[in-house]
Design a protein around this ligand. Sequence first.
Ligand SMILES: Nc1ncnc2c1ncn2[C@@H]1O[C@H](COP(=O)(O)OP(=O)(O)OP(=O)(O)O)[C@@H](O)[C@H]1O
Ligand SMILES: [Mg+2]
Length: 234
Amino acid sequence: MLRVEGLTKRFGRTIAIDRLSFALQGGEVLGLLGPNGAGKTTTFLCLSGLLRADAGAIFFNDLRLGPERGRTIALIPETPEVYAMLTVWEHLAFVARSAELAPGWEERAEELLERLELSAVRDALGQSLSKGMRQKTLIAATVLAEAPVLLFDEPMIGLDPKGQRELRELIVELRAAGTAIVISTHLLESAEALCDRLVILKNGTALASGAVSELRQRATGDRTLEDVFLEITA
Ligand SMILES: Nc1ncnc2c1ncn2[C@@H]1O[C@H](COP(=O)(O)OP(=O)(O)OP(=O)(O)O)[C@@H](O)[C@H]1O
Ligand SMILES: [Mg+2]
């Protein structure tokens, strides 16, 4: 469904992503792992079209995507920025209108607010929300828009335990519905639980990729994903 070929991004003399290629099916969750500075966020910004890559191509169902691709590939960013003067509900209404959702979207929106414990703040302005509430507002709005490819940059950080569980359940449901999902995370246990496949990135290069079980087999002996990660990125 999604194919990335030779994605490259430089910042001055730093090569943040170096000819990165990977593919992803609908209904598959790919974990993007890597130490700080590996290039995960830069990859997401380039995929979602918020940052212009220096080279490479992104294909969706074999069609090459142009820069306007927000309705195909949606990003839930690391730092949640909401509109200060829109309420939580207005964020959802804004997305519903710009994504031209079919009438009846309100029911799904209400359900998402309920699950993410935002119902009590549905009429609160963006500027008055806590960081976790901002993050959940963006999760609700992005999930509502039903893009076929969803990117989550460090989604668990900043969410309370209930929020983390709801998000995990949402991701499992979206996967079952055929959404292609990429998640970056430093939480290896949650990567292991959620992801069908992993790509381990360092200095913008994919050092290893495969199912968790395949990556484990590469390491010597009976190893945890943490052992494998540390060995590969050492
Ligand atoms: N706007 C920028 N200007 C200059 N260099 C940048 C910029 N954004 C990222 N970089 C550099 O690109 C590289 C990749 O950074 P990136 O933020 O993608 O890493 P990351 O894998 O998301 O790390 P983290 O786990 O800390 O979130 C780093 O060397 C970083 O310093
Ligand atoms: Mg990052």
